[in-house]
Ligand binder design. Structure first.
Ligand code: COA
Length: 395
């Protein structure tokens, strides 16, 4: 955008950026500067400057996303905000486009975000591609009474084991994040409130954990129980964790946690006491289409070859034809601009929704978001068939 300069900030720029973010996300005087310094980190902030003055900001938080058992480098885009006096002139549009160009040049294959407005992000090639379902059940109605395994508070010395346990599970769950240090921060502390970690141990080894916070009560209880993260590697550990949650039930607390829509935890409840409270959908951007297609894992039972013609006006390097050949759980991807034969035509946003398994190519074709040869479209259905991707993270 003419006259606006894209760049980073240093410590001296924190207050200026925090002032823009405060007009977007509220919080007290301290919230936005702490968010920049302690949650996303000063290094992750990008701004557009009009002369010496920052007019818009966002954060690019480096993480990874697991798909088909393989990790793709991902930037979590957070806190997109334009100063109130600069809104409505295309500033955030320009900031996002510049950020995507930077990510692509730096080798980041994917970007994701939770949208407040779909139009802005769709225009930049993002599409809804996964979810974070928030579940809820009355603690006293959880049917678990198994206290066999010991539980104790998690200390700093346990964190490597906690992170390793999360990583082990996340690898096998499409859409889960490789959080890295930055991705763990919003789990451990959110809006200034620290979470309490409790670990389940078996023979001295960590086999499960949960991170809990007290939240304002929805009923007559003194508080509800907000589960920031919950994971276990054995069924005994799951039973112990559910018992731990149930043990908050005497005063009527509700328990809320994030997971996949069909959360297996809900199958461990004996009565029909569970509700889906909210579904937060996240958007994904294929920043580097070739690297993304080649980098994810695929279902081993599928062998197929298909040509995809990608449209991407924001990152024209992505545009053109790709031959995607899948076999043995892996893909080979070649640029095939001169190629002929059956082709699927796909805006880069639609491809993001197909890529994670969130939407079927044939369904998107029915509503005009994908075009081309029906046989090739059916092949995409088979290649990307899988569970709806999810993560329980907020960023
Ligand atoms: C959303 C926001 C970042 C847009 O910034 P901006 O610089 O005014 O946006 P742009 O001028 O680049 O507009 C790009 C598109 O965003 C969408 N958009 C902008 N403001 C919007 C609003 N208030 N509501 C819904 N969509 C909006 C529009 O589709 C717009 O395109 P259009 O004008 O052709 O319809 C800005 O209004 C803001 O800071 N809001 C508060 C924080 C927020 O909601 N951030 C998003 C978190 S995911």
């Amino acid at each position: 955008m003419d006259g606006l300069e894209y760049g980073v900030i240093d410590e001296a720029g924190v207050d200026e950026v925090a002032a823009i973010m405060r007009w977007s996300f509220g919080g007290g005087e301290d919230f936005a500067p702490r968010y920049v310094r302690e949650t996303v980190g000063v290094d992750s902030v990008r701004v557009l400057r009009d002369g010496a003055r920052a007019v818009a900001a966002l954060a690019l938080v480096p993480m990874g996303m697991w798909l088909g058992g393989r990790r793709l480098p991902l930037a979590a885009v957070a806190a997109v905000a334009t100063a109130p006096e600069a809104r409505g002139r295309g500033v955030s549009q320009a900031l996002l486009a510049a950020s995507l160009r930077e990510l692509r040049a730096g080798g980041t294959a994917l970007a994701s975000l939770y949208p407040a407005s779909l139009v802005l992000y769709r225009r930049n090639g993002f599409e809804i591609a996964g979810m974070n379902a928030r579940h809820r059940a009355r603690a006293s109605a959880i049917d678990a009474r198994d206290r066999a395994l010991p539980v104790r508070p998690i200390g700093p010395e346990d964190m490597p084991a906690v992170m390793a346990l999360h990583q082990e599970l996340a690898r096998g769950q499409d859409g889960n994040l490789d959080r890295g240090e930055a991705g763990w921060r919003p789990i451990l502390r959110r809006r200034g409130v620290a979470a309490t970690g409790l670990g389940v141990f078996d023979g001295g080894a960590l086999v499960g954990y949960c991170w809990l916070r007290q939240a304002p009560a929805s009923g007559h209880a003194p508080y509800d129980l907000e589960v920031a993260d919950l994971a276990a590697t054995t069924d005994a550990a799951w039973r112990r964790l559910l018992t731990l949650l149930r043990d908050h039930g005497s005063l009527g607390a509700e328990v809320r946690w994030g997971g996949p829509l069909a959360d297996p935890v809900t199958l461990l409840l004996r009565e029909e006491v569970h509700q889906v409270e909210e579904i937060r959908r996240w958007m994904l951007r294929l920043v580097d289409v070739g690297a993304a297609l080649a980098g994810r894992g695929y279902f081993r039972g599928v062998t197929a070859s298909v040509v995809i013609e990608v449209e991407d006006p924001v990152l024209p390097e992505n545009a053109g034809r790709y031959r995607l050949e899948v076999a043995g759980g892996e893909a080979e991807v070649t640029r095939d601009d001169a190629g002929s034969g059956p082709v699927v035509r796909c805006p880069v946003g639609s491809l993001a929704a197909i890529f994670t398994g969130y939407a079927k190519a044939s369904e998107l074709a029915r509503v005009g978001k994908v075009g081309g040869d029906p046989g090739a479209i059916a092949l995409l259905d088979a290649i990307f068939h899988g569970p709806i991707p999810w993560h329980p993270d907020n960023y």
